[in-house]
Design a protein around this ligand. Structure first.
Ligand code: ADP
Ligand code: MG
Length: 369
């Protein structure tokens, strides 16, 4: 007889389900062994900041250092981790396993511009004067593309940075990026600075950034909720990114409903024919006061089960739409009790497990071919 699974606790990490990752195509682009720059975008409010943080934690295994960067000046990462506001210094945010670390940085276009001018023109204290004059506001206002080149340029610098032993300082850089509506322009830095002088450091910088963005070193991940608009926006963004030639990594379907009905019961619950035995199980599982002899309790459980089953069916439809994009789809549960650090670490575990299964599947395909 199909069982009614127990309700899932809201914050216990072990309770977060990471459902089997589904790979839509043989060669998992963006999950290449060389991928080190992970760009997380999605419709506003779908969980970009949450997923970027979870991904950074998941990538920070033993002796691996990860940089989590924010570019929109919202302090979303600091509020998620309960840390002091981030600035242009790389702050240690979390430690994971022996020497695994997540550092965080809020990229400020003004600080990035000063750093850039210093590098190319050795401005020294004159840079501070520029800041006082508001020259930076001026520069980024007349040439909005400059701002994006500076933001992506700083991430590019962090990806390439090496220590004295020529080891990469960061094994991975995860960017909490602008929303899907702006991601194409944001990442297409060449096109953005085309109208500026055709030669010079900004141009060659943009070209170098673009080379890394278009290479297997980069993966753009898209976060979606199992709802109509975010799913549609994800499909549109995938098409736009493919057109620009940017490597897409995975779709992260965030906030899925934790199933409380076994697959066989979902159909029954959806058409209102859930048997009395299953209803009794559900009442026992929920610790509800009523019994299966109480018609009102049975009716209300049937109604709840019906809502729940329809929700699961709707979400399954959205999952299928996303899978049809031919990309790997990772799934993260909606935490009923809201987000906290334990919940975030649970999401990171789940995401890490799904990434690992993809990697294993991809490498066994490589060996088989
Ligand atoms: N899996 C989840 N379960 C529960 N709440 C979530 C989940 N993912 C995100 N949230 C919450 O949804 C809100 C939006 O998430 P956030 O990561 O800030 O989105 P974005 O950066 O896309 O605006 C936040 O309050 C966050 O805590
Ligand atoms: Mg955010």
């Amino acid at each position: 007889m199909p069982r009614v699974p127990q309700p899932i606790g809201s914050t216990a990490p072990a309770a977060v389900t990471g459902r089997a990752a589904t790979t839509g195509q043989a060669n998992v682009t963006g999950l290449h062994p060389r991928t080190r720059l992970h760009i997380v975008t999605g419709k506003g409010g779908t969980g970009k900041t949450t997923v970027a943080a979870a991904l950074a934690l998941a990538l920070a295994g033993p002796d691996r250092r990860v940089l989590l960067v924010e570019v929109e000046g919202r302090q979303g990462i600091a509020s998620l981790f309960g840390s002091p506001p981030l600035d242009y210094t790389e702050l240690l945010l979390a430690e994971s396993g022996p020497a695994g670390r997540v550092h965080a940085l809020a990229i400020d276009p003004e600080a990035a511009l000063l750093e850039y001018l210093e590098l190319f023109y050795k401005l020294g204290p004159a840079g501070r004067g520029l800041r006082k004059m508001g020259a930076i506001d001026f520069a980024t206002t007349i040439a909005p593309g400059i701002r994006d080149v500076l933001l992506t340029g700083k991430a590019y610098e962090a990806v390439r940075r090496r220590d004295r032993d020529r080891r990469h300082v960061y094994d991975a850089v995860v960017m909490d990026a602008p929303p899907t509506g702006r991601i194409g322009n944001f990442l297409n830095v060449n096109a953005e600075v085309e109208h500026l002088a055709r030669v010079g450091p900004i141009h060659s910088q943009a070209a170098s950034i673009m080379r890394v963005l278009r290479s297997p070193q980069t993966a753009v991940h898209l976060v979606a909720l199992p709802e109509e608009l975010p799913v549609q926006e994800t499909a549109d963004a995938v098409a736009a990114l493919r057109e620009i030639g940017l490597p897409i990594g995975a779709v992260v379907l965030n906030g899925i409903t934790v199933p409380r009905l076994g697959p066989a019961d979902v159909a029954a619950a959806a058409d209102g024919s859930l048997g009395v035995a299953e209803v009794r199980d559900a009442l026992a599982g929920a610790g509800a006061g009523g019994t299966a002899d109480d018609p009102a309790a049975v009716a209300s459980v049937r109604a709840l089960a019906n809502d729940h089953a329809r929700r699961l069916q709707t979400e399954a439809g959205h999952r299928d739409t996303l899978l049809a994009l031919g990309l790997p789809v990772a799934e993260l549960s909606r935490l009923a009790g809201g987000m906290d650090l334990a919940g975030l670490y649970g999401l990171a575990d789940s995401l890490g497990g799904q990434l690992q299964r993809w990697r294993a599947a991809a490498s066994s395909q490589v060996q088989a071919s």
